[in-house]
Write a protein that binds this ligand. Structure first.
Ligand code: HEM
Length: 528
């Protein structure tokens, strides 16, 4: 059975997409919403906060499907902006959830991100005492996200939110204390795709192409053409959708179990958790480090960057497809010739382009156990190991059985870097958001064991070359494995790596279903 056949059968599972919040199933950037504003609310009095919530629910964007492009033939109209909502544990308490329901939430979520800083490697300059003021106050109760086609739509929705808040002075306030550009302190966090020539790109501030790899799960509503390389890897090299329960509560997960969730079931079903992290990028330090190292590296600056992330910065091609400057040149030439034929109306070129593009995501590290193509410690190989942790032949029932329980549904956008020079002190980075049914098993595990430690990869204490909590010590290194066969190329050591990425704040949020939101707003949660 081909993978498409396989999926068709699996896809018979349908989720109530109208009950699930839209950000769970959609990365809005891909749907033409390059701008975002994240606001944080503090609740004062339960009754008035619930009244506010009841009105806000009407604005929430669900996971119903839309066309990816405006030209797609589709009967649903895409809005100008979207709105989504999540609560911290203290927010749920403030909204008056019964004690028994509160006790059912997992300890990672109830503790919150700040209290988990040691686990996450948020130490030194990334420690909570250096985070934006808003996170020092311990009364962030809710996260509201507005994503939009343009800045005007953001302002419009933000004003509407402000009006709603003003109508409930005893219930809610929008919190300030977020560091903005040019030393401003703002009541919101803006984020935006990086624009080039007036158009949004998939670039982040170090210059990498981002937003390519993301999991595909059963019933998510996305086109099945996105499955290869994004689902779970099968023994025959094909891909199947990951179990819904890895990302949405109340559904069976990869262990064939229902993820632990609070009672009553209606409170948790179709809800999930989200990790929100403001990750500052030291662009100057990064560029300086790369420039310096490139002098000794046998290859281009772009190849050196690719050997850190696992993908070429300019177009995100994976190293599995082109692992040297020469191979990249050949790949670029092939792509350019296909594009030319597409522009001349050659239909077979369209198919060739689709096939080549598929290889951007549909790959494994099976033929590269030594890491001579994609270094074992490269960012994408650590954070999505695919089948590479199966070091013994058929050790698991599926090659990627271990990673299937650690997949992260990434959301978020770059922030800052628009008005200011690309210096370390400029406010710029990534608002990283990750969705999953278990913060501890998925995000925290990846962050602790694979980003800031390397035992699983037999790389000792090495950390992720891009986002590891390095401090410039001799031992803060990344190894670019050599090639034992072709010309016996020796390994290259990136040493004394500084901290390129610093944490500037964040927390853990529960993203309830629409039905659960209604129950919370009406005070109708009954766990008995
Ligand atoms: C400023 C911080 C970060 C930067 C600059 C960054 C950069 C990148 C880049 C360039 C890619 C490759 C493009 C793609 O596959 O989408 C990527 C992929 C990825 N990153 Fe990050 N990242 C950051 C933070 C994080 C964090 C904190 C985590 C999780 C702990 C993470 C997990 C992932 C995952 C899971 C992938 C996809 C891997 C795959 O499926 O192949 N990233 N990141």
């Amino acid at each position: 059975m081909s993978y498409i056949d396989g999926i068709s059968m699996k896809e018979s599972k349908s989720l109530d997409l109208y009950d699930i919040q839209g950000n769970v199933c959609k990365g809005y950037g891909r749907y033409g919403f390059p701008k975002a504003r994240y606001c944080f609310l503090s609740f004062q009095h339960t009754h008035s906060a619930r009244e506010f919530l009841a009105l806000l629910i009407e604005k929430i964007t669900t996971a119903e499907t839309w066309p990816v492009s405006e030209s797609s033939d589709h009967h649903r109209i895409k809005p100008n902006s979207t709105l989504n909502l999540g609560f911290t544990y203290s927010g749920l308490k403030k909204l008056g959830l019964p004690e028994r329901s509160l006790k059912g939430f997992p300890v990672d979520f109830t503790m919150g991100m700040k209290a988990r800083s040691e686990i996450l490697g948020d130490t030194g300059i990334s420690a909570p005492e250096h985070w934006d003021d808003i996170w020092q106050q311990d009364n962030v109760h809710a996260w509201v996200a507005i994503n939009a086609r343009d800045q005007d739509a953001i302002e419009f929705e933000f004003n509407a939110l402000g009006d709603l808040v003003t109508q409930h002075p005893d219930g809610v306030r929008i919190m300030s204390g977020i560091k903005g550009p040019n030393n401003t302190i703002l009541p919101y966090q803006d984020a935006s795709a990086v624009f080039e020539n007036g158009l949004p790109t998939a670039k982040e501030h170090f210059g990498f192409t981002d937003g390519i790899g993301n999991p595909y799960f059963e019933g998510c509503g996305n086109s099945m053409s996105r499955l290869p390389g994004r689902g779970k890897l099968m023994r025959d090299g094909s891909w199947q959708p990951l179990a819904t329960g890895e990302f949405v509560l109340g559904h069976v997960d990869e262990a064939q179990e229902y993820p632990p969730a609070p009672e009553p079931k209606l409170l948790s079903r179709n809800g999930t958790y989200m990790v929100y992290r403001k990750l500052h990028e030291n662009v100057d330090t990064f560029n300086g480090y790369i420039d310096n190292l490139a002098k000794d590296f046998d290859g281009s600056r772009d190849l050196l960057m690719a050997k850190m992330s696992g993908r070429w910065p300019d177009n995100g091609a994976p190293l599995t497809l082109a692992a040297t400057d020469e191979e990249k040149e050949t790949l670029d030439a092939k792509m350019a010739s296909i594009e030319l034929r597409v522009s001349e109306g050659d239909k077979s070129a369209l198919i060739e382009r689709k096939e080549l593009r598929r290889q951007w995501v549909d790959f494994t590290f099976n033929d590269d156990k030594s890491g001579s193509r994609c270094p074992v410690g490269a960012h994408i190989r650590r954070t999505n190991t695919r089948g590479s942790l199966e070091t013994e032949h058929k050790a698991f029932h599926r090659p990627g059985a271990l990673v299937d329980r650690r997949r992260l549904m990434r959301r978020g956008l770059p922030y800052g870097g628009i008005d200011e020079a690309k210096s370390d002190s400029a406010e710029q980075g990534i608002i990283f958001m990750s969705i999953g049914a278990s913060i501890e098993r998925q995000f925290e595990f990846v962050q602790q064991q694979w980003v800031n430690y390397s035992n699983d990869f037999k790389l000792g204490n090495d950390k992720d070359p891009l986002i590891g909590s390095h401090d410039g010590k001799l031992t803060d290194k990344h190894i670019i494995q050599g090639c034992p066969i072709k010309g016996a190329k020796p390994p290259f050591f990136c040493t004394q790596m500084p901290r390129f990425v610093e944490t500037r704040g964040g927390d853990y949020f529960f993203i309830p279903s629409i039905s659960a939101l209604r129950m919370i707003a009406e005070g109708l949660i009954d766990p008995s």
